[in-house]
Ligand binder design. Structure first.
Ligand code: HXC
Length: 515
């Protein structure tokens, strides 16, 4: 090889790596943002990134683009390693053509998505883009369509994580929305279908970009963002942490970590955790922390529907998915947001061989006109469907209330829960005592002279009859009633027993989950 050819390659590489002009990069840094390559360096194991399509350029001529053909076309793609495991990556470079997606840019992303799918490794996309490249017209739209199609094909085969680190507007939002997890950087990431200007023109509403589609809004209100991070570095570290709980593909098991926490550990504090007064709240996180390995977990969608907890943890070194009511928020009621959050998480765990551990303490589905008119019927059906369809090991513990439909929904025997446990404080009935007495003793109460005293007596009778788990245990609907302090060993022994679980569903193209 001639020295000149090598020099030319080195020049080209340097030109590509430089990305944009230094002024733009400076402006980018001034916003607290890393460049695309800096982000990949922080995300991947040191020195593991292998870049592809460094010299790809667009072929558009319109609106002056023929004079502006940056190498790489505004996106850095390739593969690298996280904790020694292969991942495929793309990072949009906002300093080059606003990170906008044209034909070549889209083709680069599709190439890594195809490789990720064919080789069974996760895809992590770092999004920072002005959206469809306006000058490339339908070619830009086609590029998005090609990405969406691949996101959909890859769904349930490989984990897909989107980190939004800048603007993500218009149809561009649907690539992250099709992936499994969305991380947004607080203050710099924004996602919306139509921005404030269009909204002002159409609905006459005034709103800032941040209030419309910032990280906080999507984490707490819309439920679009599973995680938020204070800055780029935190978002990238979060993605690494998340990946430590996920298998590389749907044919593998999640990473096992040799445990230091004893599988036989009992915890007497659990025996005192549920308050005597059934209306008094307690923190379900305390239960979870006392049960899982070293009290460590990763909560998912923490800010959205906090009355339901979902997240990952480990039991005896094996990854588990947690679904639990939070009695400290709205008494752990199941509302529309909670069931959507739960159903999506259950389906993710089922796709990727992650056993489900359910902790139940709920008064049931949320009553109210807004909930009924908002479609709690079709939304609640998603959670039933997700639990019933899941074939991973399903373990549950009723800590206190399991009333009505919520008893059935929360991984019950009737939806083929594998091991259903309860603490002695469990209350299983069609509805809570007050509501039940008002219905079944309506006539007696109407005729009673001292109505309140009679009602109180009847409530007491109902409680004595139903606020215990032994009726369900007598029928085998519960496999065992256990002392709370034994929860960790009981779950670990049950998981060991279920390790070889193989359950097949009847062949079908796919089910029709209520959406
Ligand atoms: C081409 C774009 C671009 C785009 C930004 N740029 N977005 N070029 N196509 N979509 C360019 C700008 O012209 C500018 O180039 C450079 O990127 C930086 O952009 P600025 O506007 O200076 O940055 P900033 O002030 O930070 O504003 C960022 C922004 C804004 C909010 C993203 O650029 C913007 O509103 N862009 C348009 C967003 C949009 O409407 N996209 C289309 C959505 S529809 P110069 O050379 O001047 O510095 C869509 C359809 C997808 O995506 C459909 C899929 C189904």
């Amino acid at each position: 090889m001639t020295g000149t050819a090598l020099e030319h390659l080195e020049e080209m590489e340097a030109q590509a790596r430089q990305g944009s002009d230094p002024e733009r990069v400076e402006r980018h840094h001034a916003q607290g943002k890393m460049t695309a390559r800096e982000r990949l360096e922080a995300l991947l194991d040191p020195g593991s990134f292998f870049e592809m399509d460094t010299f790809a350029t667009h072929r558009a001529r319109e609106f002056g683009l023929d004079q502006n053909r940056p190498l790489g076309d505004g996106v850095v793609t390739g593969w690298g390693e996280i904790d020694g495991r292969i991942v495929y990556v793309f990072a949009q470079d906002f300093t080059v053509l606003g990170g906008s997606v044209g034909e070549a840019h889209g083709r680069k992303i599709c190439k890594v998505l195809d490789l990720a799918l064919e080789n069974g490794a996760p895809l992590i996309g770092l999004n920072d883009s002005g959206g469809a490249r306006i000058q490339e017209g339908v070619y830009a739209l086609a590029a998005y369509g090609d990405i969406f199609y691949r996101n959909t094909l890859a769904s349930g085969v490989i984990p897909q994580i989107s980190i939004v680190m800048g603007p993500c507007a218009g149809g561009a939002v649907y690539s992250p929305a099709l992936t499994d997890f969305v991380v947004m950087v607080d203050g710099t990431a924004q996602m919306f279908i139509t921005g404030p200007d269009v909204i002002r023109a159409v609905t006459h509403e005034e709103i800032t970009r941040e209030d419309l589609g910032g990280a906080k809004v999507h984490h707490r209100t819309s439920g679009v963002a599973h995680f938020t991070a204070g800055d780029d570095a935190e978002a990238l570290a979060l993605a690494r942490q998340l990946l430590s709980y996920l298998p590389s593909n749907n044919a593998e098991d999640p990473p096992y970590l040799s445990p230091t926490d004893s599988p036989d550990r009992t915890d007497e504090e659990l025996d005192r955790l549920v308050p005597e007064d059934p209306t008094q709240e307690y923190n379900m996180w305390e239960v979870i922390q006392r049960v899982v390995d070293d009290g460590e977990y990763l909560e998912v969608q923490a800010g959205f529907a906090p009355n339901l907890i979902v997240g990952f943890a480990r039991l005896a070194g094996y990854v588990v998915g947690l679904v639990a009511q939070q009695p400290a928020v709205l008494a752990g009621v199941l509302d529309i947001d909670a069931v959507n959050k739960g159903a999506r998480f259950i389906r993710f765990c089922d796709c990727f061989n992650i056993p489900l551990i359910t902790f139940t303490d709920t008064p049931g589905f949320m009553p109210g006109v807004a909930q009924e008119h908002g479609g709690i019927i079709r939304h609640g059906a998603k959670m039933i469907y997700a639990y019933a369809e899941a074939t991973v090991p399903k373990l549950s513990i009723i800590t206190r209330k399991a009333y009505g439909g919520a008893y059935i929904v929360m991984s019950s025997k009737h939806l083929r829960g594998d091991i259903c446990l309860a603490w002695p404080t469990a209350e299983i009935a069609v509805m809570g005592p007050e509501g039940a007495v008002n219905v079944i003793f309506r006539r007696e109460l109407a005729q009673a002279e001292d109505r309140d005293v009679v009602r109180e007596q009847l409530v007491q009778e109902y409680r004595e009859q139903f606020t215990n788990p032994y009726i369900a245990a007598a029928q085998g609907y519960l496999d065992e009633v256990i002392a709370p302090h034994r929860t960790r060993p009981a779950l670990i022994r049950s998981l060991q027993m279920l390790r070889s679980k193989r359950l097949r569903r009847p062949p079908r193209k796919h089910g029709n989950i209520p959406l």
